[in-house]
Design a protein around this ligand. Sequence first.
Ligand code: DGT
Ligand code: CA
Ligand code: CA
Ligand code: ZN
Length: 577
Amino acid sequence: MIDSAKNREIALILYQMAELLELHDQNRFKIIAYSKAARAIESLNEDIEKLCRERKLQSIPGVGKAIAEKIEEYLRTGKIKSHQELLLQTPPGLAELLQISGLGPKTVSLLHEKLNITNLDELERAAREHRIRRLPRMGEVREKNILKSIERYRKRSGRILYSNAEPIVNEILAYLGRIEGLEHATAAGSYRRRKETVGDVDILATAERPEEIVAAFVRMPLVEEVLAKGPTKASVIMNDTIQVDLRIVEHRSYATVLQYFTGSKEHNVRMRQLALDRGYSLSEYSLTRLADGQELFFDREEDIYLTVGLPYIPPELREDRGEIEAALEGRLPKLVEEKDIRGDLHVHSDWSDGRGSIIELAHAARALGYEYIAFSDHSPSVGIAGGIVIERMEEKIKAVAEANESLDGITVLMGAEVDIKADGSLDYPDDILQRIDIVIASVHMAQQQNERAITGRLISAMENENVDIIGHPTGRIINQREPSAMDFAAVLEAAARTGTALEINAHPSRLDLNDVNARRAKEMGVLMCINSDAHDAAQLLNMKYGVNVARRAWLEKKDILNSMSLPALLRSLKERH
Ligand code: DGT
Ligand code: CA
Ligand code: CA
Ligand code: ZN
């Protein structure tokens, strides 16, 4: 099963190399050689890894010394250097155009030369404006087909939000769990690593009669299309866009298969190398001791790591971003957990655009076990959000005090999400800000300003000593809006200098800061705050998505402002002022 995936990957890369070479107008024989080798590998009946081990790559038709070396390189390192170089020389949008069905290198070159098209959006616009049909050899039919292909490509290539995959995964696991004969079932892949988006969902299971599980799986009501089905595996499309791969594996291989399919691929490459260094060969089926050829099987993933000399590495860290080195040196972080979160500092009530009163939302927060909740409603310049005008702030401060009198078991904090205006000034004057327990400053308007302007706005907000937290610092919205341009290093430097916390906004479309940026922040000694940005009681539960990001960013309890007890939180905020 896995073998064919490897063959397919290598074939795809060689095809892409052929196309890129043609796009760059390179030697015709070289181009033909790559596509011929790709075709041969695509229809190969043998495992290419095995051929490579046996040094028989050149027995594949069309594979000579040069291509064989590239295949070896790929199997060893997961990359081919000359392929990466070709990609670097190609504007990123152009390489993507080659993925659109019906568009080959010749057409892409033509579109590039005549219409200056360099990416998918420009291609779509040109087709809609009927500029493509006027080109030589194009015409109306091809123009229409291009639009259709773009639509299909977008559906296929879109990564879906983790939070959209989650209910589907839960439903699949519950459904499989009800089938007799099923032993384990779990989701692996990027989903298990808690990535903010997943390309497809990978479900692993063990069962006595795999065919029955596969048959039941493809009959699930959520299934819209069956892409492939075999005795032990199936691939389907669910809910219009989500691809789910199911694999039923042998009971004794479960732990090694889980380790393999959890990935990431980069982590796996490192693990296999490390295993070799320690005298083992790690595969998805087992760990083999090289000295005597003894195959070892494990019940738990932990024992695989232990055997190659490592402590257990949580899935969120398995990205080859230094986790293997940290594990070897005994300095893996003790990752923050959902239960470490003691309160939510960014919640909108019906004082602005939230749905729910202070009392209702405080009850919901208390039910989650929180010690405190801050109602950080919008300021007036965010017009659509019904921001609170200055004259009403006095009233809200009173309402918060009253709520605290009537509530037991949770403390309500007076908060505000004050807008950082286009000129960098804040939407409330200092004498108001001074009276607010939790001040979050966020950019909502003029997010398209240039790097200097945005950076300057964020820094001047942090330099106001009343500001405690910067809300959703980059403004990105997954699949919808790019992060604002900014000098992130300068922002981090200012956060560290002024003691301002940066938010990990837990809304599943924001997750801003993301894992990479949050980790950089930690390395600079910046505190982070994970907030739901809830606009109703149900959205308080989004906190877990922010915790996922924090874990992927290597954050520990001590890195998170709202993992402090209330007295410690208030002390920490006061110290800074
Ligand atoms: P995705 O689906 O794009 O969000 O990301 P993943 O990580 O779920 O990737 P996927 O679904 O292609 O494959 C699942 C896991 O299987 C991946 O994380 C690691 C493992 N895997 C797949 N292909 C390879 C490979 O060529 N080499 C190695 N070492 N592992 C692989
Ligand atoms: Ca996947
Ligand atoms: Ca997959
Ligand atoms: Zn907000």
